[in-house]
Design a protein around this ligand. Structure first.
Ligand code: NZQ
Ligand code: ZN
Length: 397
């Protein structure tokens, strides 16, 4: 392990099918004004809303609500929430939902006392808050992003067609507590479940496919990936399998709570490509990643060959006997493709609503990262998007 790092993760987790009762432990730590934040209504249909509101009342809280946080939360919605939180003089922001709701709560947290425009400050200049921030708690209902235990907050500006994530450096932006009840995820539609599973897998890949040193993080990542493959196959056949769903939930948290990034430069290029697609199409996050991943990984494979070979052997059990390193590495990606198809993931961006006319704009909207095995040029990005449309591209071009 050659990197230098600091590690601190202050989020307290409560896990299991009785975890919501720990809201009674957490709520007394904060003042009486709570802003309850949720999405488009799934928590009203499955009863989680009623349970949470009852506990808030039992604890004597004054509750205001920010409802209707959409998947891929937008900047206008952020402004709306900031106004509500200010008016209510919030002491705690309680997010009940998936990554969108948790991310949104963090964005409100850093914006409530911010004197400047939060988009300019946090999403254009990537500054850290220099004002007081509000504590955030999460009750997670959708598994994938890891937002429940990290300092990331992704916001979409529909006007400029930019979907931008800010991972705040200060760990106080991480949720103070997160309640993880796997049972809450059982009502997720299959499409969302598998999109979340791929999001988890890709988070691990983004961190794993970087660096060449012998790093404990890579061994942890391989274990997480193997667990995810195992549980995802069970959940895909029987989404009501509590054990599989709970393992997936726990894996998601560890996939992106800063642990496996330690000592790594990390790539994040699949997310940059996927987020550009998301900004243009508003497609489900995990599906945007699935649709661009294989064209990207196949393209950079020669630059990261030893790691792609190791991935094939250690994660996908490819037998290396009698094969070149490249053959082994490509077999690994083939096994990954087979698994992705087995889950029913969307495998090209055309199926998510991307069109030929968007390709140049998508390339413009893609931030280029330099921590992986290759720094892409704009032409290479266009080429990867073209391949992600499902078009054949001359491999020697
Ligand atoms: O809005 P409701 O009605 O609640 O429906 C949601 C939403 O339509 C539904 N859902 C959630 N829990 C449910 C449920 N439906 C039935 N039963 C339940 N228990 O699922 C849909 C998707 O929810 P959403 O929160 O959008 O999904 P996800 O958790 O994948 O979050 C996606 C957002 O997180 C960002 C993404 O870019 C995207 O904006 N990310 C955040 C990251 C972070 N904080 O580190 C990293 C990720 O890479 C990602 O970029
Ligand atoms: Zn993601």
């Amino acid at each position: 392990m050659l990197g230098n790092f600091t590690y601190c993760n202050p989020t307290k987790l409560y896990f299991g099918d009785e975890s919501l009762s720990y809201l009674n432990t957490e709520l007394p730590k904060y003042g009486k004004n709570v802003v309850l934040i949720y999405g488009g209504g799934s928590i009203k249909r499955n009863g989680i809303y009623d349970e949470v509101v009852r506990i808030l009342k039992d604890n004597g809280k004054e509750v205001a609500e920010i409802a209707g946080v959409m998947p891929n939360p937008t900047l206008p919605k952020l402004y709306e929430g900031v106004a509500i939180a200010r008016k209510h003089q919030a002491d705690l922001l309680l997010a009940v939902g998936g990554g969108s709701v948790c991310d949104y709560a963090k964005a409100v947290s850093v914006s409530v006392n911010c004197k400047e425009d939060p988009w300019e400050k946090y999403y254009q200049r990537f500054e850290e808050p220099d004002c007081e921030t509000l504590p955030v708690g999460c009750v997670l209902t959708m598994v994938g992003t890891g937002s429940e235990m990290n300092a990331g907050a992704v916001i979409t500006n529909p006007e400029t067609k930019q979907k931008i994530g800010h991972v705040f450096a200060d760990e106080k932006i991480m949720p103070r507590f997160a309640i993880l009840n796997p049972r809450y995820t059982l009502t997720l539609p299959h499409y969302q479940m598998v999109a979340g599973i791929y999001d988890i897998f890709n988070h691990i890949c983004e961190q794993y496919f970087s660096g060449e040193d012998d790093n404990t993080s890579d061994y942890i990542s391989e274990g997480l990936m193997r667990s995810l493959l195992h549980s995802s196959r069970i959940a895909n056949k029987n989404p009501q399998d509590y054990e599989a769903r709970s393992n997936i939930m726990w894996t998601a948290t560890w996939a992106l709570n800063t642990l496996v990034a330690k000592g790594k430069s990390t790539d994040w290029m699949v997310h940059m490509l996927g987020q550009a697609v998301g900004a243009y199409t508003n497609a489900t996050h995990g599906m945007t990643l699935a649709a661009v991943s294989l064209p990207y990984y196949r393209y950079i494979l020669p630059d990261g060959l030893p790691k792609f070979r190791r991935f094939a052997v250690n994660v996908w059990d490819v037998d290396p006997a009698g094969k070149t390193d490249e053959q082994v590495a490509r077999e690994g990606l083939q096994a990954m493709e087979d698994w992705m198809k087995e889950l029913g993931l969307v495998m090209n961006i055309a199926d998510l609503g991307a069109t030929e006319e968007m390709l140049e704009g998508l390339a413009d909207a893609t931030l280029v990262m330099d921590g992986g095995y290759k720094v892409l040029s704009r032409d290479e990005i266009v080429r990867i998007f073209k391949e992600s449309m499902g078009q054949a591209v001359n491999p020697k071009a």
